[in-house]
Design a protein around this ligand. Structure first.
Ligand code: E4P
Length: 225
């Protein structure tokens, strides 16, 4: 399962990138709006940092298919290869997906709340389909199960589309996706940091350091012995 960062704050992206094994950056209009800046300015900054080989995703916001497709063409022109245009899995979105597929522009189907949306997006040629796990949970359904079902639908129908699970709010949701081996998960920096933010883990490491310093002297490490 590939881990991607769901954020557009360049400093936060850099921080996470340096520490964790992440392989892509995704954004959505809400995330970009928080920057208060021109979206292309922000996305180009991210692209420059992550390099041209790494997946970068941004969403089209037009209401009609032609507009969505046009936004997609512009994104790829401005942000280069390995830019995935996020297209909502709604009727006009499916029409846009078919246009983009015909032009070889990669896209991610987004705003997925039901497995059938994902199936249709897969049939349209989506590279990824993004179910919103936590939002599905909030509707009273089972987001983890929906993501698993979508993964199975793709495999059982011989589709190349990968699941890109989105909208995580806790470590357990992500653990369930790791165990199932979905294609990818896009996760907010705060949730990524929370994966290992645990006093028990930190205390265990503190005890090792203290014990070693008792042996070799304060501040000394294996390098000093
Ligand atoms: C990603 O594609 C989604 O836009 C995002 O993960 C939604 O997350 P949220 O439910 O936290 O807004």
């Amino acid at each position: 399962m590939k881990l991607m960062i769901d954020d557009a704050r360049i400093e936060k992206i850099k921080e996470i990138w340096e520490i964790y094994p992440v392989e892509g950056v995704t954004t959505n209009p809400t995330i970009l709006a928080k920057s208060g800046r021109n979206p292309y300015e922000v996305l180009k900054e991210i692209r420059a940092f992550i390099g041209k080989e790494t997946p970068l995703m941004a969403q089209a916001v037009s209401r009609e298919a032609e507009g969505m497709a046009e936004e997609g063409r512009r994104m790829v022109k401005e942000l280069g290869e390995n830019t995935y245009v996020k297209i909502p899995a709604i009727p006009e979105g499916f029409r846009a997906m078919k246009l983009l597929a015909g032009e070889g522009i990669p896209f991610t189907a987004t705003a997925i709340y039901t497995p059938m949306q994902a199936f249709l997006a897969g049939q349209c040629g989506a590279s990824y389909a993004a179910p919103y796990l936590n939002r599905i949970d909030n509707m009273g359904y089972n987001g983890v199960q929906a993501a698993k079902d979508i993964h199975d639908i793709f495999r059982n129908n011989g589709m190349k589309t990968e699941v890109l699970v989105a909208s995580f709010k806790n470590s357990h949701q992500l653990l369930e996706m790791c165990k199932y081996g979905v294609g990818a998960a896009t996760v907010a920096p705060e949730v990524i940091e929370g994966l290992v933010k645990n006093q028990t883990i930190l205390s265990a490491v503190d005890v090792f350091v203290q014990d070693f310093e008792g042996l070799a002297g304060t501040g000394r490490t294996m390098n000093d012995c």
